[in-house]
Design a protein around this ligand. Structure first.
Ligand code: ARG
Length: 459
């Protein structure tokens, strides 16, 4: 058992208590960032004249070898160390003795663990953003191949108005583009160098923190050392960005669970992404979408757990903060897995144009009938009443708008003219929309083009 603080104590720590407090089991995932941070710290100590340059070089060279070793052989990052910081320092000292013992000069694990996590998120958030872009690309493909296909849109989960199927796919794109942006915001929250904060009061060595920030790819330095060692706002931002994305994926999953099911069946899930029943031979279940919907609870839980951990802490570092890491790694893995699954599910969908279009017709056109009267001068509230009465009659007689003769239309209101039939179709309904965010075919084309340009502009 190796600790960085044994000098203070008479005997060895209680093994169970040590195991309880140790984080190496999970923070080994920060190996790359921890070594990277230490290389930059050694260089900064050399530049500040705290270490002879030759010694700083020796530390740097050895840390680079350790980094290579750990990258090529993950099994190497192991031992009974307390945490990743202790592991790296132990291996360094094993290799170069006293020079290694000088690395931690003026530095604390309190700032170091925050640095590692910030670096980790800055490196890994772009991978999640790529996963989101992959889902968006799959949605765009579906939107494009849907062309002018129609389906009903729902409010209160009752058929509301006809929309283009492409518009429906692009609705999910709009939410995911916000998630992409939110993750960029979380990355920018993480983007601040904590080194130079020491354990809480700062460091008494003349470290050029601005230069050190630049070396590590940070665009700024934290403002206050007391705040810096306990600040996990960036972790909460990340958890919120993940949870929000999961909420959007979960709603998307719910849409397709329902719209692929017997009740609607506008879409068909690919067999490869469905599962069967052990008992009922006819079943084709949307398990991957259900599991994703279930995992959303975990992701939301991680955000709540972190906020709850933070809320009662006094200023400065407290060990409670060690709880941030497992949740971050799990949120990342969960989201990455769900994004890959959703991408595959969306790519494998087939649209039943006939069925979807049929469901987009009928009483869903009542608003368009009212709009017709409004364009001929009737106040909207009056038109709503007139069409409401007509709907009541048609429902009672089990008829649709398109069964009405011209005489019957006129009996309802004399503003109805010969052209009424041409206004009361799903295609006419979408074509009549006039705003850029609407389902008007031209607006949807522009939205599609805009998303394609956005995807092409991503690095
Ligand atoms: N394992 C610790 C964590 O994850 C590292 C910081 C430890 N600092 C301390 N004073 N015990 O937060």
């Amino acid at each position: 058992m190796t600790t960085l603080w044994s000098g203070r104590f008479d005997g060895a720590p209680d093994p169970d208590a040590f195991e309880f407090g140790a984080s190496f089991r999970f923070d080994r995932r920060l190996f790359d960032e921890d070594v990277t941070g230490s290389i930059a710290w050694a260089r900064a100590l050399g530049r500040a004249g705290v270490l002879p340059l030759a010694e700083a070089d020796q530390i740097e060279i050895t840390l680079k070898q350790i980094l290579e070793r750990g990258r090529s052989d993950p099994q190497f990052v192991a031992g009974d160390d307390e945490d990743i910081h202790s592991f790296v320092e132990r291996v360094l000292v094993e290799r170069i003795g006293d020079a290694g013992r000088r690395l931690h000069t003026g530095r604390s694990r309190n700032e170091q663990v925050s640095l590692d996590l910030r670096l980790y998120l800055m490196r890994h958030i772009p991978l999640l953003q790529r996963g989101i872009a992959g889902v968006i690309a799959a949605l765009v493909e579906q939107a494009a191949s849907a062309g002018d296909a129609l389906m009903p849109a729902f409010t209160h989960f009752r058929a509301a108005q006809p929309v283009l199927v492409a518009h429906f796919f692009l609705a999910h794109v709009a939410a995911l583009r916000r998630d992409h942006e939110r993750l960029a915001g979380a990355r920018s929250d993480a983007d601040a160098l904590t080194l130079g904060s020491g354990a809480i009061a700062g460091t008494s060595y003349p470290i050029d923190v601005v230069r050190l920030a630049g070396d590590l790819g940070f665009s700024r330095v934290v403002a206050n050392s007391i705040d810096a060692v306990a600040d996990r706002d960036f972790a909460a931002s990340f958890q919120f960005a993940c949870a929000m994305t999961m909420v959007h994926l979960s709603r998307l999953a719910e849409d397709f669970i329902i719209l692929c099911g017997e009740g609607h069946h506008f879409f068909e899930l690919s067999d490869a992404l469905s599962t069967g029943s052990s008992m009922m031979p006819q079943k084709k279940n949307p398990d991957p979408l259900e599991l994703l919907r279930g995992k959303t609870g975990r992701s939301i839980g991680h955000l709540m757990a972190l906020l709850t951990t933070m809320k009662g802490l006094p200023s400065g570092y407290n060990k409670d903060l060690q709880e941030d890491k497992e949740a971050i790694f799990d949120a990342e893995d969960t989201l990455a897995g769900c994004l890959a699954t959703v991408r595959a599910v969306i790519s494998g969908l087939t649209l039943d144009r006939e069925r979807a279009a049929r469901a987009a017709s009928g009483m869903l056109l009542a608003t368009d009938v009212a709009d017709y009267l409004v364009r001929r001068g009737l106040p909207f509230r009056r038109a709503h009443e007139v069409v409401g009465g007509l709907v009541r009659k048609l429902v009672a007689e089990e008829r649709e708008f398109d069964s009405l003769s011209m005489k019957e239309w006129r009996a309802v209101h004399d503003l109805f003219g010969d052209d009424i039939a041409s206004h009361v179709t799903p295609a006419a309904s979408v074509a009549a929309k006039r705003t850029p965010q609407s389902t008007a075919p031209a607006a949807v084309q522009l939205a599609l083009a805009d998303t394609r340009a956005w995807l092409a502009g991503l690095k």
